[in-house]
Design a protein around this ligand. Structure first.
Ligand SMILES: [Mg+2]
Length: 392
C-alpha cells in the first residue's frame, strides 16, 4: 500500500439539459452539471470525486493543467499534505494572467478551490477503498443513516406573480409520500407571494418541517419585514436571505430582529470562512459544501468546528459525499436531497449504486469508499469534455 502511486487523473465535465427551468429567487437551473475527477493508482484502484461551480471549463482546467500533473507519481495516502500543497496554489502567481490589472478579481480562486474539492474527495474515496471500508466507517462512524430533507418548491417562472401553489403542493405531496417530514422551498422574491406559498404549505401540512431558501434575493428591509411572518408560520430555518453585498452586521440584525434561525455557508470557499460564520453566532446551520470549497479535508474541518460550537451541520447538496462525515457527528445534522429527478438527473441516473432515501433518512452503502457505482453509459453520454493526465 505504501508504495502506491497516482498513475493517472481523468477530469470530465458532465452536463445534462433539464426538462424545464427550475427558478430560484434570481437565477434558474437550466442544466445539471458537475466536474468529475477519477484518480487511478498503480495498484488499480480508482477514486472518484466531483466538484460544483462555474465556469466548469475553468474548474476542469485547474485539474488538467495544475493539480493533475502535480499528482502523478505521488502517494495518494498523503491527502492532508497534498491538500496543503494544492491550496498553496491559491497564493501562488499564475504566469498566464497577463492582461488587465493583476491584483483585482479573485484570480480564479473559486474555480481552483472547486478543482481541489474534486481531487480531494477522490483521494478520500481511495483511502477508504484501500482499507476496504465504506468511507463513513473509515472515518469512524458505526452507521451512516442521516436525517434528510427534500429541496424543491422552485418558482414556475423567471418573473411574474404566479405563486405556483398547486404545483408546490403536489410536489411536496410526493416528498411526504417518500417518507420525508422536512422540505425546503424557494423564497426570495415578492415577500407577499412568498408568504402565500409558505402559508399554503403550512395549512396543508401542519407538522411539516418547512425550511425556506431565499438564495440571496432580499434587501435587509425586505428580510426584516418578512422574517416575523415566517417565524409565525413555524419556518425551521431561513437560508441566505440577504443580497450578496450585505455583511455580518446585517445578518446579525436579521437574526436578532427577525428572530428566526439562519442557515448559510454554501457560498463559502474554505474552512476559515466557515469558521467566521460560526463565530458570528448568527448562523444556526452551517451549509459549507465540500464539492465547492476544497473537498472533504476542508469541509470536515468546517463541519467539526460547527459541531464543536453547537451549530447544526447541514451541507449544501451531495449527501453521498457529506453523509460519510456527518455520520460521525453526534450533534444536529441534515443531508440535503433532491427527490425530483427532473431537477437532478445526475443524482437519479448517473449512479447504478448510491445511498437510499427512505423514512426521512439517507442511508449510505456498505461498499468500500464513497459507495457509489457509476453508470458508464450515462457517464459517456453526459460527458461534454474529458482529459486524461498521465506520466508524460
Ligand atoms: Mg441554498
Amino acid at each position: 500500500m505504501s508504495a502506491t502511486r497516482v498513475e493517472s487523473v481523468e477530469v470530465r465535465i458532465l452536463e445534462v439539459p433539464l426538462s424545464r427551468a427550475f427558478w430560484m429567487s434570481q437565477q434558474a437551473y437550466m442544466t445539471a452539471g458537475q466536474v468529475t475527477v477519477s484518480i487511478t493508482t498503480s495498484d488499480g484502484l480508482v477514486g472518484f470525486g466531483q466538484a460544483h461551480g462555474n465556469p466548469m471549463a475553468e474548474i476542469a482546467g485547474h485539474v488538467r493543467e495544475r493539480l493533475g500533473p502535480a499528482l502523478i507519481g505521488r502517494s495518494p495516502w498523503e491527502v492532508r499534505s497534498l491538500w496543503q500543497e494544492m491550496f498553496g496554489l491559491s497564493n501562488a502567481g499564475r504566469e498566464e494572467v497577463t492582461t488587465g490589472q493583476p491584483h483585482f478579481g479573485t484570480r480564479g480562486r473559486y474555480q481552483l478551490l472547486a478543482a481541489i474539492a474534486a481531487v480531494d474527495i477522490a483521494l478520500w474515496d481511495l483511502r477508504a477503498q484501500a482499507a476496504e471500508q465504506p468511507l463513513w466507517r473509515f472515518l469512524g462512524a458505526s452507521e451512516a443513516r442521516i436525517p434528510a430533507y427534500a429541496t424543491g418548491g422552485y418558482y414556475p417562472n423567471g418573473d411574474g406573480d404566479d405563486a405556483g401553489i398547486d404545483q408546490l403542493l403536489s410536489e411536496v405531496a410526493s416528498y411526504v409520500e417518500l417518507g420525508l417530514s422536512a422540505v425546503k422551498i424557494k423564497v426570495g422574491r415578492d415577500p407577499a407571494i412568498d408568504i402565500t406559498r409558505v402559508r399554503a404549505l403550512r395549512e396543508a401540512y401542519p407538522d411539516l418541517r418547512i425550511k425556506v431558501d431565499a438564495n440571496g434575493g432580499w434587501t435587509l428591509a425586505e428580510t426584516l419585514h418578512i422574517a416575523p411572518a415566517l417565524r409565525e408560520l413555524g419556518v425551521f430555518w431561513l437560508e441566505e436571505p440577504l443580497q450578496w453585498h450585505y455583511g455580518p452586521a446585517h445578518h446579525h440584525r436579521v437574526r436578532t430582529e427577525g428572530g428566526i434561525p439562519l442557515a448559510a455557508g454554501e457560498q463559502e470557499m474554505h474552512q476559515w470562512g466557515a469558521m467566521e460564520l460560526v463565530d458570528s453566532g448568527d448562523v444556526s446551520y452551517l451549509q459549507t459544501d465540500a464539492t465547492r470549497a476544497g473537498g472533504l479535508t476542508a469541509w470536515m474541518d468546517a463541519a467539526n468546528y460547527a459541531h464543536m460550537r453547537g451549530v447544526g451541520v447541514a451541507p449544501h447538496h451531495d449527501g453521498h459525499i457529506h453523509g460519510h462525515y456527518l455520520a460521525t457527528l453526534s450533534g444536529e445534522k441534515y443531508c440535503e436531497t433532491f427527490p425530483n429527478a427532473d431537477r437532478d438527473p445526475l443524482w437519479h441516473a448517473l449512479y447504478t449504486d448510491k445511498p437510499t432515501l427512505a423514512d426521512g433518512h439517507l442511508t449510505l452503502s456498505d461498499r468500500p469508499g464513497l459507495g457509489i457505482e457509476l453508470d458508464q453509459e450515462r457517464l459517456s453520454a453526459w460527458t461534454v469534455m474529458s482529459h486524461l493526465v498521465t506520466q508524460s
